[in-house]
Design a protein around this ligand. Structure first.
Ligand code: KG4
Length: 340
């Protein structure tokens, strides 16, 4: 097991991605994002699966080429089996199974959420990235999930708390849609927020016990507040978009960090990571740095390329499962529902 080459494949939502790893070192990570959804203000599942069909072969080809290896050198194919959009998953899952079968190598199924957490273990040829020691906490915030995960080992993750309704990313995207901004709203809100006042407006904060989250109340509060303000000033959004973005981002980061701080207090674990698409957010990253300075946390923030959906994180998870000989049989189907 000295030279393990893993092909990782990700197709759970609207990004078709393939990556090649040599052991824990990433050789290539090729992602084709689907612009087709932008005009709809959200991912259209049927269009997503069609685009995956078109993208999957060229993306895998490119990943192998960039890595400088032949497909015959691969040790295994790792793929996202779920959760995600079923039509999207089927493309990656079927491709991965067929490819692995044709090459006569094992298939490794990967849970997309575990993949996001495992992004922290990716190493690069000229770069030693800091790796969190077990156990550590991971705030997993994406378009579909908001969870606090206790990571005991590569293959042992416990969900300590999670959203009871919307995910943080979903809330940001919906609020930005209400403001008439583009899709996905997260990066746009992030950019606008840099020029705004986070204390300009107050929005509802949830009152949820323990370590769970809720973002649907905030979404409603944002919508109703906007409707009221627009009545008095039809140009309200245009005139205040930076302050609105900054205040919205502040509220979401505040909600996320309050429960994460509680989780640190309850577990005594001060190695804290963040993962998922929303971990690209500058406000959230700043809050992590502040917690490191003021509360003594050791923080782990992924590189931007590993925050949103990518196959590198699927490949690294597959690598560790491969070492443990945890393989997937050909009859295991894709699954759409969130499980950990
Ligand atoms: O992890 P991801 O790519 O997909 C899922 O697995 O869900 O996350 C996508 C989410 C979207 O809601 C997007 O708006 C959000 O991550 N996002 C951001 C930023 N970049 C992406 N949210 C806030 N700030 C950002 N810079």
């Amino acid at each position: 097991d000295k030279d393990v080459y893993i092909l990782g494949i990700e197709s759970s939502c609207d990004d078709t991605s393939a990556a090649v790893l040599h052991n824990n070192v990433l050789l290539s990570n090729v992602t084709s994002s689907q612009a087709v959804h932008q005009s709809y203000g959200g991912v259209v599942p049927e269009l997503a699966s069609r685009a995956h069909q078109q993208n999957i072969v060229p993306v895998v080809d490119q990943a192998l080429k960039k890595a400088g290896i032949e497909k015959e050198q691969l040790s295994a194919v790792a793929f996202t089996r779920g959760p995600g959009l079923m039509g999207s998953l089927l493309v990656g899952v079927s491709f991965a199974k067929g490819f692995a079968r044709a090459l006569g190598i094992p298939m490794v199924d990967v849970n997309h959420l575990q993949g996001h957490v495992m992004a922290h273990f990716i190493q690069e040829p000229d770069m030693q990235n800091p790796i969190p020691p077990f156990p550590f906490l991971c705030l997993l915030v994406s378009g579909g999930n908001s969870q606090i995960v206790k990571v005991n080992a590569y293959n042992d993750m416990e969900v300590l708390g999670q959203t009871i309704d919307d995910a943080a990313g979903e809330a940001i995207d919906k609020c930005s849609k209400v403001m008439g901004l583009g899709y996905p709203g997260g990066p746009i809100i992030d950019r606008l927020a840099r020029q705004g006042n986070p204390a300009a407006f107050k929005f509802a904060q949830p009152n949820i016990p323990e370590l769970d989250y809720s973002f649907s109340g905030l979404k409603t509060s944002f919508l109703y507040s906007l409707q009221k303000w627009i009545k008095d000033d039809p140009n309200f959004i245009e005139n205040h978009k930076e302050d609105l973005a900054a205040s919205l981002e502040f509220t979401i980061v505040d909600i996320l960090m309050k429960k994460l701080k509680l989780a640190v207090k309850q577990t005594g674990i001060t190695h804290v990571a963040v993962a998922g698409g929303v971990s690209a957010n500058n406000g959230l990253r700043n809050a992590f740095h502040e917690a490191a300075d003021k509360l003594g946390w050791t923080i782990y923030i992924p590189k931007f390329g590993y925050t949103t959906d990518n196959a590198a994180m699927i490949g690294i998870t597959g690598y560790f499962k491969y070492l443990d000989k945890v393989f997937c049989s050909i009859d295991k189907p894709a699954f759409s529902k969130v499980t950990f």
